[in-house]
Ligand binder design. Structure first.
Ligand SMILES: Nc1ncnc2c1ncn2[C@@H]1O[C@H](COP(=O)(O)OP(=O)(O)OP(=O)(O)O)[C@@H](O)[C@H]1O
Length: 623
């Protein structure tokens, strides 16, 4: 039953950029209409680009020598029409491809969020938040940039280069070959520049990731940073990390601008080459190189030279773009690899995403759950495959319906782990955890989807988390059924005695601040209790807070707990003497095993571990 550990994706064989793009295809395919529109106009853009120099050639070679003014005007009109068609089709193409790109990125972003919501607690234990954030934000951004400006428009570049070269060959293969004589040099240069740039881009992404990871960590621990006057150290570390980024960016900028001007230089060099061989040949002076330009065939005209010069300038633009886009694609491939690595991490067992609507229409197996639980030979390790030791080692106990069972034990004895298994935060236990139904049958916990279980079995954790929303939202958490029933929310607030302070702060709409910063610790706790009370679970697991609050709040919290426990099965990870004493049954854990089990009186009479713990007061209890 043990779950396989999350794969990082990094250890696996590196997939090729093409394989990654192929995996991305399902996201793009949904926006086929815009993609096809964008791709469909590519030939039109390419044809219009090649047509204009031909019109100039026609004017120079035919209309001007013939003194045909009308013909020249006609050519000028055609030229204008070509410009308009090229402009409109280019605008349409950019719009359509960008739209498809952005929509695919939106889908990918949503898919990532849906996925990370269902990742098991084990994954979060091992993955730093900063890395997760950078994968879901900056990697996706990088990809978006590529998709909008790179992958799809690269097609245009290829078609454009093809169309221009074809026109050039058709006009004069000799001049084309003369111009292309620099191609090997160009190839070597572009390759060298793009490899260097790719390395620098990777370094930029790494430096960016490390710096934003540091920022996230410092901001989440801002309290410690300020209280311990850690600001100066944090500032200098952040600046040092920023410098690494800046260094890589500076170098990348130098190479980028060098590549740009080199391309311009080469295109000018080609025009010069063209003039060197072409112009004398046109005048009948073939010189030492013979008729390399093919003037004797009669194909070489002044118009051809004009057209060639214009083609040469045009062909270098897509070549330059093509090489920088290849680098962008490499960058996107790195981002895609990280993103798919995340999407390949197995989700929680039987998560809603993998079993959509599994119980829709069918009877909810827990509708008849009495609240009783039978645990047999329960063993658990956080990482069986990694050889981590078992933290629960063969537990046997029952919780009867409506019973309050306290779990006590020294720190690290496995109390919280037990709660995490029952709420399915961690799966992969060995043994049996059976939920007993009212007809005497039972269902095994591991066979139920977590969503279903968590509707009936809730856990209140020690560290209360409140969202930066209204008090009401923090009770309903946006659940439609609760949002539509403010009376139920109010009753829940009253049950845990939170109604009064919520009213004083402006009612259900009152803002609680980030992490409940506008509330006291005790108030935040009461609001978290109201969250549970509104849902009326069949069973409740309560991880009692050890944090001390003032004695008045302490009393209110205690009363709220007592009301919460009424009428339901409860497993309480107890830190308060009063809770333990009033429990129906007490499980004493020691090193993952049940050391003692019984009620308070019996265990005290045993004079064992429980009596020791009790006399030492568990946590500092004000009782
Ligand atoms: N996420 C985790 N990954 C790996 N080991 C863990 C994890 N959480 C807890 N442990 C280990 O499991 C053992 C039991 O921890 P657990 O939190 O269940 O103890 P506890 O009795 O609740 O302790 P405390 O009273 O201090 O909260 C400890 O040795 C702990 O180091």
């Amino acid at each position: 039953m043990a779950e396989s550990p999350p794969q990082s994706g990094a250890e696996k064989e590196k997939p090729s950029a093409l394989a990654l793009l192929r995996r991305f295809w399902p996201f793009a395919r949904r926006h086929k209409r815009w993609l096809l529109t964008g791709v469909a106009v590519i030939p039109l853009v390419a044809v219009m680009t090649t047509v204009r120099p031909l019109l100039v050639k026609e004017a120079v070679d035919v209309s001007i020598p013939a003194g045909d003014g009308r013909g020249l005007q006609r050519l000028a009109l055609l030229f204008m029409a070509a410009v308009v068609v090229e402009f409109v089709s280019m605008a349409l193409q950019v719009y359509a491809l960008q739209r498809a790109g952005h929509a695919s990125i939106y889908d990918l972003r949503t898919t990532i969020f849906r996925h990370v919501l269902c990742l098991p607690a084990r994954f979060y234990d091992k993955t730093p938040l900063g890395s997760l954030l950078s994968r879901s934000t900056s990697d996706v951004e990088a990809l978006g940039e590529t998709l909008s400006f790179g992958v799809f428009t690269i097609l245009t570049d290829v078609v454009m280069i093809g169309a221009i070269l074809t026109s050039m060959f058709a006009l004069s293969w000799q001049l084309t070959l003369i111009s292309l004589s620099v191609a090997p040099l160009l190839f070597v240069l572009v390759r060298w520049f793009s490899t260097t740039l790719r390395g620098l881009q990777l370094e930029i992404r790494r430096a960016q990731g490390v710096q934003s990871g540091y920022l996230t960590e410092q901001l989440s621990g801002i309290g410690v940073v300020q209280l311990y006057a850690h600001e100066a150290h944090a500032r200098s570390t952040y600046e040092a990390l920023g410098e690494r980024y800046l260094r890589a960016t500076k170098l990348a900028n130098i190479f980028d601008s060098l590549l740009y001007s080199l391309m311009d230089g080469i295109s000018a060099f080609c025009v010069a080459l063209l003039l060197y061989f072409g112009a004398p040949a046109l005048l009948g002076d073939v010189g030492a190189f013979g008729d390399l330009a093919g003037a004797s065939s009669g194909a070489l005209t002044l118009g051809t030279l004009f057209a060639f010069a214009s083609y040469l300038q045009r062909v270098f633009v897509p070549i330059r773009e093509f090489s920088s886009k290849l680098a962008t694609i490499q960058r996107a491939a790195a981002s895609l690899e990280r993103i798919f690595g995340l999407l390949d991490t197995p989700r929680e067992a039987r998560s809603e995403l993998d079993h959509p609507g599994e119980f829709d229409g069918a009877e909810d197996p827990l509708a008849r759950w009495t609240g009783a639980v039978r645990v047999r030979n329960l063993r658990f390790s956080y990482d069986y495959e990694g050889g981590a030791p078992e933290v629960l080692r063969g537990l046997d106990f029952e919780i009867e319906a409506g019973e309050v069972v306290a779990v006590v034990g020294r720190t690290g004895s496995g109390k919280t782990s037990l709660g995490r298994i029952l709420t399915q935060l961690y799966d992969g236990y060995h043994g049996h955890v059976e939920l007993l139904l009212d007809d005497g049958t039972s269902v095994e916990l591991a066979e139920l989807p977590p969503d279903l279980v968590r509707r009936r079995l809730l856990m209140v954790q020690q560290d209360v988390f409140l969202f930066d929303e209204s008090a009401g939202f923090n009770v309903t958490l946006g659940e439609l059924e609760l949002e539509g029933d403010p009376g139920r929310v109010e009753r829940a607030l009253e049950t845990v005695q939170a109604a009064e302070f919520v009213r004083e702060r402006g009612g259900h709409e009152a803002a609680v601040g980030e992490r409940g910063g506008n509330l006291s610790v005790g108030e935040a706790q009461l609001l978290a209790f109201a969250r549970v009370a509104a849902r009326s679970p069949t069973m409740l697991i309560l991880d009692e807070a050890t944090a001390s609050v003032d004695s008045l709040t302490e009393q209110r919290v205690q009363e709220a707990i007592e009301r919460l426990l009424e009428g339901r099965s409860v497993l309480v990870i107890a830190h308060r003497l009063s809770t333990v004493r009033h429990a129906d049954k007490i499980i004493v854990l020691a090193d993952g095993e049940i050391a003692e089990l019984g009620d308070h009186e019996t265990l005290m009479a045993n004079e064992g571990l429980y009596a020791d713990l009790y006399r030492s007061g568990f946590a500092e209890d004000p009782e």
